[in-house]
Design a protein around this ligand. Structure first.
Ligand SMILES: C[S@@+](CC[C@H](N)C(=O)[O-])C[C@H]1O[C@@H](n2cnc3c(N)ncnc32)[C@H](O)[C@@H]1O
Length: 197
């Protein structure tokens, strides 16, 4: 079982390397994109928790030169990105003007793949993930155009149902997806809100 899991992980890590993505997590967004076609040419996209940059690169390619991708992360993204990508290294909870001005408004899609530093305590990790998700949803509510899409990773646990219901009430279509490329043992799951009310 362990060997099988490792082989499976290696496959996606190797594939990411070959396709020049800095992380295998790109295939989770790819799966969501294939299913719901959320990113289109010319779209303005916000990527919260964008380090090391694979969602940035994938979204930048999909939206193309007329589109724009803005990324925020605590960590500095070092991967080379195309000209339609801008990045701010900052805590999403920061209250200063720089982050507000950088993010701006009028997004077609807000993505959050943010994850807390895990402690191994599932309750603590889920609570921290829930905090990040609430912040991501607050930003999405403020910055998405009407009809926009929100994709958010959450660790299943306390808070999950509440958060899922909050997304449900803010968007006309609500989906929950566990990408096949997500590790089976991982508690992560993605909530998708389509067509902001
Ligand atoms: C799983 S990684 C994202 C991977 C990314 N989607 C990719 O494909 O390259 C999660 C990121 O969330 C970021 N993060 C966690 N808490 C944050 C916060 N408070 N503000 C900004 N970023 C945060 C972490 O620094 C980490 O880089």
């Amino acid at each position: 079982m362990k060997n099988k899991k490792n082989k499976w992980e290696d496959h996606y890590s190797r594939k990411a390397k070959k396709e020049r993505f800095p992380a295998r997590s790109v295939y989770k967004l790819q799966e969501i994109q294939k299913k719901y076609n959320i990113i289109k040419k010319g779209y303005k996209i916000l990527d919260l928790g964008c380090y090391p940059g694979s969602w940035l690169l994938y979204a930048a390619d999909l939206t193309g030169g007329r589109g724009q991708v803005m990324g925020v992360d605590l960590k500095t993204v070092s991967v080379k990105t195309p000209p339609n990508v801008r990045i701010l290294t900052k805590d999403i909870f920061s209250t200063d003007d720089e982050i507000k001005e950088f993010i701006g408004t009028n997004y077609n899609v807000v993505l959050s793949d943010m994850a807390p530093a895990t402690t191994g305590n599932k309750g603590v990790d889920a609570a921290r993930s829930f905090n990040l998700c609430e912040k991501a949803l607050e930003i999405a509510q403020k910055t998405l155009c009407s009809g926009g899409t929100f994709v958010c990773k959450i660790f299943q646990g306390e808070g999950f149902i509440n958060f899922s219901n909050s997304v449900k009430s803010g968007f006309k279509i609500h989906k929950i997806i566990k990408p096949q490329t997500s590790r089976k043992a991982s508690k992560e799951i993605y909530i998708v809100g389509i067509d902001k009310k």
